[in-house]
Design a protein around this ligand. Structure first.
Ligand SMILES: Cc1ncc(COP(=O)(O)O)c(C=O)c1O
Length: 445
């Protein structure tokens, strides 16, 4: 039986405090407590960059979401009911029936990734309009590893990365580890001089721009073709790489597909002369635990990334790459046909409920795909404080928007994910959330 919304709930950690701790990007000034009062003081021996590696509110939140009665719009993860379990199991079975192939599958393989899979990914990229070769592809342990490697090869301490506000928290976590600063991308002002100055403010160089081009995490927004072209022009002027994170690009529920930034660029010059670095993943379309992502970029960059991969984890699991390659034979469209109708219906339901229940002063994005709706609360409300109340009194979870800003935080925001919620949870959860917001508005949070 579900516990009532007002039941006592112990929060696992001071979410608001943690967020503030990580908000200060100047590690010299950061006052961190000892990890242990009795044991070894790890803090004093950490490298300076360790102080930039902070707890993710999302991951911490996920720990309490299985409590009874909790409705979660927090984690942006795929619905496991949609995983191609039978196809995955059949692919493993076929492999293990063949003693030669199964031994090969359990062996080390090359760091670039399993060649037939890279060839298949290159064919997939061609369907997006990117003409490339298997040598332009590096298979990574999810696209998150691609982001980490990109941070590793480009960012020196004091360098800056140009990011949207808000942007994907996992990208900030990956780049933070290399002591990055940030310049904030404002699509309504793309003067190169402004970003050159912003990027040099921390004392280093502006190294690359990072953008989630389709149905962004967290905003749900998609860049128009014109914005993509403008961004390419800006990075040309600044002479920096442009990292295109396409994690959600296949999850389109309506509207026309906008060409990938890399496809726009490769229409004008060959891939080996391109500045766009495309990060793809099968996590959202197939299954995240296969951990298969890829980077598609010019050959000289891929060669460097292969060396980074060797020093990091040598290879992706050979067996998972072989299985992923088999799954791909049926074509991406087959997966899209299965998953998109389900997520579309959930998105529509959440949008309907927001419209029906939210008090005046609350607004939200209408994403054409992906997993997220970005909500803006009345100015006086703070998403992080609201979360504490929502967890305790309404048993509804979401992610406070302030987690997603590299620089100045906009606190009256929150991210809602519809990817995992049932109809009843969406109805109930949005109603409870609306009530909490209304109550908080009337007493000024
Ligand atoms: C925008 C974005 N990029 C990259 C990732 C990383 O995904 P994976 O490493 O599973 O490919 C995520 C995961 O949520 C994401 O939201």
């Amino acid at each position: 039986m579900r516990a009532g919304p007002s039941a006592q709930l112990r929060l696992p950690l001071p979410l608001v405090a943690r967020q503030n701790e990580c908000a200060n990007h100047d590690h010299q000034e950061m006052k961190e407590s000892k990890l242990s009062d009795t044991g070894y003081d790890w803090q004093q021996i950490f490298a300076t960059r360790a102080s930039r590696i902070c707890a993710s509110e999302i991951r911490e939140l996920l720990k309490i979401l299985d409590q009874p009665g909790m409705i979660s719009f927090a984690g942006g993860i795929p619905d496991p009911a949609l995983f191609p379990v039978d196809a995955i199991s059949a692919a493993y079975e076929r492999l293990f029936r063949d003693p030669v192939r199964s031994r090969q599958a359990l062996q080390y393989s090359i760091s670039e990734g399993y060649l037939p899979l890279r060839e298949n990914v290159a064919r997939y990229m061609a369907t997006l309009g990117v003409t490339c070769h298997a040598d332009n592809i590096l298979i990574t342990n999810g696209s998150q590893q691609g982001l980490d490697f990109i941070g590793k090869i480009f960012i020196s301490p004091k360098d800056s990365v140009l990011v949207a506000a808000p942007t994907y928290l996992g990208a900030l976590q990956a780049f933070n580890a290399y002591e990055s600063s940030y310049a904030t991308l404002d699509m309504s002002d793309l003067r190169a001089d402004k970003y050159r100055q912003d990027g040099a403010r921390a004392g280093g160089r502006l190294k690359f721009a990072y953008i989630v081009s389709d149905f962004a995490n967290p905003s749900g927004q998609t860049l128009t073709r014109q914005s993509r072209e403008s961004l390419l022009k800006l990075t040309d002027e600044l002479d920096i790489p442009l990292v295109e994170d396409a994690a959600y690009s296949e999850l389109r529920y309506d509207g026309e597909r906008v060409p990938a930034i890399q496809a726009i660029e490769t229409a004008g010059r060959p891939i080996d002369q391109c500045r766009t670095i495309y990060c793809g993943t099968f996590s959202k379309t197939y299954a995240p635990s296969l951990r298969i992502g890829w980077v598609c970029a010019s050959r000289p960059l891929i060669s460097k990334l292969v060396l980074v991969k060797q020093g990091s984890d040598l290879i992706n699991s050979t067996i998972n790459q072989i299985v992923m390659n088999e799954l791909l034979q049926a074509g991406m469209q087959e997966r899209v046909n299965v998953i998109c109708p389900v997520y579309r219906q959930r998105r529509d339901r959440m949008l309907q409920m927001l419209k029906a229940k939210m008090p005046p002063g609350v607004s939200w994005t209408t994403p054409e795909g992906g997993m997220f709706i970005w909500v803006t609360l009345p100015k006086e409300l703070d998403g992080a404080q609201l979360l504490q109340t929502a967890l305790r009194e309404a048993r509804v979870a979401f992610v406070p928007g302030s987690s997603f800003y590299a620089n100045e935080k906009v606190r009256n925001t929150m991210r809602l994910s519809f990817s995992l919620a049932t109809d009843a949870e969406i109805d109930d959860g949005v109603t409870r959330l609306a009530n909490i917001i209304e109550a908080a508005s009337s007493k000024g949070n």
